[in-house]
Design a protein around this ligand. Structure first.
Ligand code: MOS
Length: 731
């Protein structure tokens, strides 16, 4: 199905199942332990062997030699595979640093060997017996030092602008300029990267934890130099990804090599202390924001520049993207510069670009509002735009940022906010902060197959993944709505490379794109049913388990017949994202308390108001936003991969040292969805919320801390050492 005109009324608009607060259909499988995750695959008779990875102990250089003799003789060991022995391999399209192979070391904990043994403990013990002789080289590990050598990246649209920023900024009656920084962050998802590999002849079956089945399959084929058709990949359940499982990772490659060497199925999970340096992370940024405005608050000039680093051949963290679209202003410029760093590969983490970008921009907006003397909610409303400010002939498809800000301000009792440092309860300084949320609506083609059987049950098959987001449920809702069934008459099978290629889970596009693909397949199935019954497919109604035309009604089970019926299609996207800017919007409101004695910040209340098209399921969507708000709390207050700038690695590489929020850090959270549909987005008229919920949260917290204390912290995370010197006396 080609989607190139705005959606009109369709069966989804009935909203009997779609849009309803249906609890996740895979919930029971998960809570009873019957949902099989990558490391738990019990679906073969051959006993597994266990692979344990060995990571490079230097950040940059060459392996001169590896001595595996002691490891090979250790109890239970079946095989040892080393990177020099495997040799240089072609790199997958989506990987910047290589995953395994050759003697070059590009970053700390890059995989250099895998030990296979009968038990996990034997493999782990033997791995410690491997000794490596390195030729270490000097690397570049410090973004601030490397800033001077940063260059304009070759791809990724680094520069943009309109009008004449420099002249307008000089002429503006009120000007503001500040720099901000965000640290490297780790996805730190609950389920580690894990794979089980089984070879039968030259065919590989890999059970893994992947957000993007088809990307992984292609890149695994390239890396192993195997025909893609010979690889069967499965990832039906995933314990979180956040972008860390978008691209093929070392566990899959190690498992494949290890299984080949041991001639046995092999399981490899990355040990937790391995994950921070072996896999990808969100790169640190240094950002500069300049804003010029009139005294009435209208922005006349806005500039946002960002510096980040990555491995050679990598991409910048696109922290300026939202500034191209969020606020009006005739004169503008954005720029991204990229330094070469020899740290582990930087790559996408939940709302890549916007999440760190808004951490800077939305503090800057708070600072500028104060400088002009306007309420920060009002300042954002004054500078709303209904067109792409860089290309003013392009309207937004639908944009209700103002509605989010106003609704949130009312609901949160924003008018009770006082002057900075003016509200105190005992030793607690109390403050409120606001920030806008913004994230684009992205489209990828998405395919699905739907089968109707003689029991009247519809089974959906697509390689879409569910990373904990609720894909199973919204896909079932879509098929149920389209076929006029209740949700218990729909089965959903995901995450298998034998199924049609979907958009996958990423960039908050999964919900809208994958359900649109299911919509397209159901249209085909409806046609097949109509054709079989001799109905005119234009005037049939699918309802209550029947298909009706005029006064004739046939149960779907009967229409299916003993052979059943199948519909399959892929949704393809036209140019509605070129003619219209499609984005999602929101507003975050936060209240914090800061202890004057300790400098400890505690979040007291959080509210997110989201405008993201049709909400397909308010329960799963709300969970997405709550999780994202929690992640934003971590980003504001605790999360930071600490770089050892001499040796070149992330020091706090476990969940003891890398601090994410726990229940006690998160008190009251509320989510409000604006009632809207966006017919430009898809036949579902939906967008996504999984990343929107994170965008802006950390800045709202920073702004609340400023309002509480009068101390402006521009370098995340806002730990107590950055506050304590400026706090008033203990009462
Ligand atoms: Mo998201 S960072 O595209 O999983």
């Amino acid at each position: 199905m080609q989607f190139d005109r705005p959606a009109t009324t369709n069966p989804i608009d009935r909203l009997k199942v779609v849009g309803q607060p249906i609890r996740r259909i895979d919930g029971q499988l998960k809570t009873t332990g019957r949902a099989m995750y990558a490391y738990e695959w019990h679906d073969t008779n051959t006993p597994y062997a266990y692979g344990y990875p060995v990571g490079a102990a230097i950040a940059k250089g060459r392996i001169k030699s590896i001595d595996i003799s002691a490891a090979e003789k250790a109890p239970g060991v079946l095989a040892v595979v080393t990177a020099p022995e495997v040799g240089e391999r072609k790199k997958g399209k989506f990987n910047t640093a290589k995953l395994f192979g050759g003697d070059q070391v590009q970053h700390y904990h890059q995989a250099i060997a895998v030990v296979v043994a009968e038990t996990f403990e034997q493999a782990r013990a033997a791995a410690t017996l491997i000794s490596v002789d390195y030729a270490e080289e000097k690397g570049s590990f410090d973004l601030r030092q490397a800033m001077d050598t940063a260059v304009k990246p070759a791809s990724g649209d680094p520069d943009s602008g309109a009008g004449d920023f420099d002249t307008a900024f000089k002429a503006a009656p009120v000007t503001f300029e500040e720099s901000y920084s965000t640290p490297d962050q780790s996805h730190a998802m609950m389920e580690p990267h894990a794979s089980i590999a089984v070879w039968e002849g030259d065919e590989l079956t890999l059970w893994t934890s992947s957000q993007m089945i088809d990307w992984w399959r292609s890149d695994l084929a390239t890396t192993l130099d195997v025909d893609k058709e010979k690889i069967h990949l499965m990832s039906p359940f995933i314990g979180g990804g956040f972008g860390g499982k978008l691209f093929l990772r070392a566990d899959a490659v190690l498992a494949a090599f290890a299984a080949k060497a041991a001639k046995r199925p092999v399981k490899v999970a990355l040990p937790r202390p391995f994950m921070m340096n072996n896999t990808t992370h969100r790169p640190a940024t240094i950002q500069r924001v300049r804003i010029g405005a009139q005294r009435d608050g209208k922005i006349t000039a806005i500039a946002h520049e960002s510096w980040s680093g990555d491995q050679p051949g990598g991409q910048p963290e696109a922290a300026v993207m939202q500034t191209r679209l969020l606020y009006a202003g005739e004169n503008r410029m954005t720029a991204m510069r990229l330094a070469t760093l020899d740290l582990p590969e930087g790559n996408a983490m939940r709302a890549p670009g916007e999440a760190p970008g808004l951490m800077a921009l939305e503090i800057a907006m708070d600072e500028m509002a104060e400088k002009i003397g306007i309420d920060p909610v009002e300042f954002r409303i004054i500078n709303d735009t209904q067109v792409d400010p860089e290309k003013t002939e392009r309207p937004f498809s639908y944009r209700n940022l103002i509605g989010c800000l106003k609704t949130g301000a009312d609901h949160f009792n924003w008018s009770a906010r006082g002057r900075p440092g003016s509200r105190r309860e005992g030793n607690w300084l109390i403050g409120m902060g606001v920030a806008a949320a913004f994230r684009n609506n992205i489209h990828f083609p998405s395919g699905a197959r739907v089968r109707l059987n003689a029991e009247g049950v519809v089974t959906v098959e697509t390689d879409m993944t569910d990373i904990g987001t609720g894909s199973y449920t919204i896909i079932a809702q879509t098929a149920a709505e389209m076929m006029g069934l209740t949700i218990d008459k729909v089965a959903v099978q995901l995450g298998d490379s034998r199924f049609p290629v979907s958009a996958g889970s990423g960039g908050q596009f999964g919900a809208n794109c994958s359900t649109a693909g299911v919509y397209a397949a159901c249209v085909k199935l409806r046609e097949a049913v109509s054709q079989k019954l001799g109905f005119n497919s234009a005037d049939v109604i699918f309802e209550n388990g029947e298909v009706r035309s005029g006064n004739r009604a046939v149960p779907l089970a009967e229409a299916a017949g003993s052979k059943g019926l199948v519909g399959e299609d892929t949704i393809q996207w036209g140019n509605l994202t070129e003619t219209h800017q499609q984005s999602t919007f929101g507003a975050h409101f936060v209240e914090v308390g800061v202890d004057v004695a300790t400098g400890e910040s505690r979040i007291r209340r959080m509210l997110a108001v989201c405008a993201a098209g049709r909400i397909l399921n308010p329960v799963t969507a709300r969970s997405q936003v709550l999780g994202a708000m929690t992640m934003g709390a971590g980003g504001a207050l605790s999360e930071e991969l600490a770089v050892d700038t001499r040796r070149g690695f992330f020091v706090n590489h476990d969940l003891a040292g890398y601090e994410v929020p726990v229940h006690a850090d998160i008190p009251h959270q509320e989510v409000i969805f604006m009632d809207e549909t966006d017919p430009m987005s898809s036949p579902m008229k939906a967008k996504g919320v999984g990343e929107l919920g994170l965008c802006g949260v950390s800045a709202a917290i920073a702004n609340a801390i400023y309002n509480a204390t009068g101390i402006r912290v521009r370098h995340y995370p806002i730990t107590l050492d950055k506050l304590i010197g400026g706090l008033p006396d203990v009462a």
